[in-house]
Design a protein around this ligand. Structure first.
Ligand SMILES: [Zn+2]
Length: 70
């Protein structure tokens, strides 16, 4: 699964990808799938457990441009 979304940080075109995780050390929260969001414009990066919604890893380069939607 690979879809285009609006970057939650800068609002430009970003990509969301659902990854199957096989490595045991990646199963920290018991999820077999991880949702990855990446923005090539501002370097925003987020990895989240698909089942639990728990954020595993996140990088927000510039917080000052986060839109107020949602
Ligand atoms: Zn962005």
């Amino acid at each position: 699964m690979n879809s285009r979304i609006c970057c939650p940080n800068c609002g430009n075109a970003a990509y969301r990808q659902l990854l199957d995780i096989r490595a045991p050390d990646s199963l920290r929260c018991g999820d077999a799938q991880v949702l990855k969001t990446e923005c090539p414009v501002c370097d925003y990066f987020l990895r989240m457990g698909w089942g639990s919604g728990q954020v595993l890893e996140a990088y927000v380069p510039c917080r000052s441009v986060i839109p107020t939607t949602d």
